[in-house]
Design a protein around this ligand. Structure first.
Ligand SMILES: *Cc1c(COP(=O)(O)O)cnc(C)c1O
Length: 316
């Protein structure tokens, strides 16, 4: 076996990395309850264009290139995984990126890395930020060639994003009884639901009895149901909305302790914003007897390990 030579942008293609492993993990609690927990290691797609951020960007970038735009303009908070992924994708595939960042000007490791990848950062006050389309149009009125710019909502919300996420569960090595995924906007979950129904149609895997669970990482997570159905009206899923720990990017000591314990036993890094809440929920469902030992459980590791950068001081 030889290592593969890849070309530099734009033909260096991340698609080669999408066949991420499905790993059976070990943990004393799983042993005690006799549960087989498998993790789809989408965190291994790329260190910075990580997990579901690559899945969401993939067809958007292809679309942008097809319509010959030079600039991708998008939106995010100052710690956004989406901003970082977009900046790195721009440098990798050879297009320019502009990031409108919510709130007053700040400096942090995420924004520094985005700048290193050549992203232009524009800090935007919170009121204006709520109407991104208007912010985008104002910006276009000031640039030389407005028709070179492609608009992308915060978090990569776009109809093409679910098409990429649908592929997360392509070529699974077995039919899981249950699939679990963290939800911010719910786009990834909408894509997974599509993936389950299309594998059924293609008759590759008998997935019609596979149950899909979303773990909202924000408060009032039940409100996501409508957003998910707007993206995929046929989506079949359940939301477990009691695992937000006070809201987006909020934590509690029990979550931080869980994360330490999980990382130590599995060698898989998870973080407090998304995947920490996801695995906490799965383990809690096991303890409550809602997940039983004859089931094959698949958790989607959506990546996003840079979420740590703003939170490392929480573990003292
Ligand atoms: C952005 C992100 C999510 C949320 O994905 P949605 O499609 O918005 O629900 C989940 N996990 C990680 C690690 C993320 O970075």
């Amino acid at each position: 076996m030889f290592n593969k030579i890849v070309e530099s942008s734009p033909s260096f293609c991340l698609e080669d990395r999408e066949e991420t492993p499905v790993q059976l993990i070990q943990h004393p609690l799983l042993k005690e309850y006799g549960i087989e927990l498998y993790v789809k290691r989408d965190d291994m797609i790329h260190p910075l264009i990580s997990g579901n951020k690559w899945r969401k960007l993939k067809y958007i970038i292809q679309d942008m290139m097809a319509v010959k735009k030079k600039y991708l303009v998008t939106f995010g908070g100052a710690w956004s995984n989406h901003i970082l992924a977009t900046a790195c994708a721009g440098a990798t595939f050879g297009f320019k990126t502009v990031g409108f960042i919510r709130g007053e000007e700040v400096q942090n490791p995420v924004l520094t890395v985005a700048k290193l990848f050549g992203m232009e950062l524009i800090f935007t006050d919170r009121t204006q930020y709520r109407t991104p389309q208007t912010v985008f149009e104002d910006y276009l009125s000031k640039v030389a060639n407005p028709n070179e710019y492609y608009f992308l909502e915060q978090g990569g919300q776009h109809p093409l994003a679910i098409k990429g996420c649908e592929e997360i569960i392509k070529n699974l090595p077995f039919v899981p009884n249950q699939i679990y995924c963290a939800c911010g906007t719910g786009t990834t979950l909408a894509g997974l639901a599509l993936g389950l129904s299309s594998t059924q149609e293609n008759d590759k895997l008998e997935t019609k009895n596979t149950r899909l669970f979303g773990i909202p990482v924000i408060g009032q997570g039940d409100l996501l149901r409508e957003d998910i159905l707007a993206l995929n009206p046929k989506a079949c899923f359940e939301l477990l909305s009691a695992y937000h720990f006070g809201g987006y990017a909020k934590t509690k000591p029990e979550l931080l302790n869980f994360i330490s314990d999980f990382c130590r036993h599995t060698g898989i890094l998870i973080e407090p914003i998304y995947t920490g809440k996801l695995f906490y929920a799965i383990f809690d469902q096991i303890k409550q007897g809602k997940i039983t030992s004859n089931q094959k459980i698949l958790a989607i590791h959506t990546g996003g390990l840079t979420s740590f950068l703003g939170m490392y001081e929480k573990w003292k």
